[in-house]
Design a protein around this ligand. Structure first.
Ligand SMILES: Cc1cc2nc3c(=O)[nH]c(=O)nc-3n(C[C@H](O)[C@H](O)[C@H](O)COP(=O)(O)OP(=O)(O)OC[C@H]3O[C@@H](n4cnc5c(N)ncnc54)[C@H](O)[C@@H]3O)c2cc1C
Length: 394
C-alpha cells in the first residue's frame, strides 16, 4: 500500500517501475475491448469521414445508436443502472480508440457519456438514476449539458438562466438561453444549470427534451471543425421541471459542473491518442510512397524528424494517460474498500489526480494538433486537400 503513488507525487517521490502501468499491462479483456472498438471505428466511422465533414448530423446520431448497441456507451456506468461497470482504465481505453477517426463522433460520444450522463450517475438520487441512466447507457436516449450562456463562458457560475419554484412547490420554471450545446440536435435530456432567486451558486436540473414544454433551439452552428457534431443554442421559456429533477441540492450546480469537467480532462487527453496514431501511420505510408528527387520523401532528414516528433508525442501521451488512469483507478478501488460509494470514490479519486489530468488535457490536445500540422506538411500540397485524411484531422 505504501508504494501507491498519490496525486501529484510523481513530482516529489520516486516511483517504482513495477507500479507504473503501461499499455503493455492491458489484460486480455481490455485488449478484446480495444479490438472491438477499433473494429467498430474501422468499419463504421473511418470509411465515412466524408459524411462527417459534410455535416451529416443524422449520420452522427446513427453511429451513436450503433455504439449504444455495441455497449460502448455504458462502459463507465455501474451495472445497477444497465452499464458494464468497468474500471477507469477501460473507460479511457474506449474513449481513446473510439475517438481517433473523427472529432465529430468523438465529441458526440464524449458529451453524451461524460457531461451528459455523469452528472446523474455521480450526483443523482436513486430514483433519478433508475429512471434515466439505463436509457442513456443503452443509447435509447442521448444526453446534453447546458452550462454555457452568451454572457457566461469561462465564468460559468455567472449564468442568468433562472429557476423559479411554483406556488404549489411541485416544479421549477426554467427560463434562459444556453449556447454551444453539444448533442442538442438529437438529445432526449438536458442537464441544465440555472439560478434560484439570488443564490450565490447555480443549481443543476435534469430536463427532458420536450418542445411542448417551452424548449426551442437555433439551427446548427457552422464550425471550424468537428462539423457533424451537433452544436446549437437552446432556449428555455417557462420550462416546467418537477422538483424531484433537481440534481444534488440547491446551489450545488457549480460543484457538479466543475467535477463533471474535471473527470473530462483525462478523457479528453485519451480521446486525442488514437488520432495521433492514425495521423502518424498515414503520414509514414505517404512518405514512403511519395517520390521526389527520385527517392521516397521518407529518406529526407526533415521528414524523418517530423515523423520522429509525431511518434514521440504519441508514445509519451499514451504512456502518461494510462499511467495516470491506472493510478486513479487504484485510488478509486482503495476508497471503495474503505466504504465510500462508487460515486464518492470516483469523484475523490479523480480530484486527487487533478494535476495529472490537467497536464494531460493541455499536453495531449496540443500534441494532436501539432501531429496533424506535421502530417499536413508531410503530405505537402495534398495535405491541404479534402481527399487526404490530414485536412480533416487538422
Ligand atoms: C465545439 C464546442 C462545443 C461545446 N459544447 C458545450 C456543451 O456541450 N455545453 C456547454 O455548456 N458548453 C459547451 N461549449 C462551450 C465551452 O464550454 C465554452 O466555449 C468555454 O467554457 C469558454 O467560454 P467562452 O467561449 O465564452 O470563452 P470566454 O470565457 O469568453 O474566453 C475567451 C478567452 O478568454 C480567456 N479567459 C477567460 N477567463 C480568463 C481568465 N480568468 N484568465 C485568463 N484568460 C481568461 C479564455 O481562456 C479564452 O481564451 C462548447 C464550445 C465549443 C466550441
Amino acid at each position: 500500500m505504501e508504494d501507491i503513488t498519490r496525486g501529484g507525487q510523481f513530482l516529489v517521490k520516486e516511483t517504482k517501475c513495477d507500479n507504473i502501468f503501461t499499455p503493455e499491462d492491458f489484460s486480455e479483456e481490455q485488449i478484446m475491448m480495444r479490438d472491438s472498438v477499433k473494429e467498430f471505428v474501422d468499419k463504421e466511422i473511418w470509411p465515412n469521414k466524408v459524411r462527417f465533414e459534410a455535416k451529416d448530423y443524422a449520420f452522427t446520431e446513427e453511429c451513436m445508436k450503433k455504439a449504444g448497441e455495441m455497449g460502448f456507451l455504458s462502459v463507465a456506468v455501474p451495472e445497477a443502472y444497465g452499464g458494464m461497470g468497468m474500471g477507469f482504465v477501460d473507460t479511457c481505453l474506449v474513449c481513446d480508440y473510439i475517438s481517433g477517426a473523427t472529432g465529430s463522433f468523438s465529441t458526440a460520444f464524449g458529451a453524451h457519456t461524460g457531461i451528459g450522463t455523469m452528472p446523474i450517475t455521480l450526483y443523482g438520487t436513486e430514483e433519478q438514476k433508475q429512471k434515466y441512466v439505463p436509457k442513456l447507457a443503452s443509447g435509447e436516449w442521448f444526453g446534453a449539458y447546458c452550462l454555457t450562456e452568451p454572457g457566461a463562458g469561462s465564468d460559468a457560475n455567472s449564468g442568468k438562466t433562472k429557476a423559479v419554484l411554483s406556488a404549489d412547490g411541485k416544479y421549477y420554471s426554467i427560463t434562459g438561453g444556453k449556447m454551444w450545446i453539444s448533442n442538442a440536435g438529437f438529445c432526449s435530456l438536458f442537464i441544465v444549470f440555472a439560478r434560484i432567486e439570488d443564490d450565490k451558486n447555480i443549481t443543476g436540473f435534469i430536463v427532458e427534451n420536450d418542445p411542448s414544454n417551452g424548449i426551442t433551439m437555433n439551427e446548427e452552428e457552422h464550425k471550424l471543425g468537428i462539423r457533424a457534431s451537433s452544436t446549437r443554442q437552446v432556449f428555455f421559456a417557462d420550462t416546467k421541471v418537477p422538483v424531484e429533477n433537481m440534481l444534488a441540492g440547491r446551489g450545488e450546480g457549480f460543484k457538479i459542473a466543475m467535477n463533471a469537467l474535471n473527470v473530462g480532462r483525462i478523457k479528453l487527453a485519451a480521446a486525442c491518442l488514437d488520432a495521433q496514431r492514425r495521423v502518424t501511420s498515414n503520414a509514414v505510408h505517404y512518405a514512403n510512397d511519395r517520390i521526389q528527387f527520385n527517392v521516397p520523401i521518407s529518406s529526407f532528414g526533415a521528414i524523418r524528424y517530423k515523423l520522429a516528433e509525431m511518434a514521440t508525442s504519441a508514445y509519451a501521451g499514451e504512456s502518461a494517460v494510462y499511467r495516470a488512469a491506472k493510478d486513479i483507478e487504484t485510488r478509486i478501488k482503495i476508497r471503495e474498500s474503505e466504504g465510500a460509494s462508487h460515486q464518492e470514490a470516483e469523484l475523490k479519486g479523480v480530484e486527487e489526480f487533478a494535476i495529472e489530468c490537467s497536464i494531460l488535457k493541455v499536453a495531449v490536445s496540443e500534441d494532436v494538433q501539432n501531429c496533424a500540422d506535421e502530417g499536413i506538411q508531410i503530405y505537402g500540397g495534398m495535405g491541404f486537400s479534402e481527399d487526404t485524411p490530414m485536412e480533416s484531422a487538422w
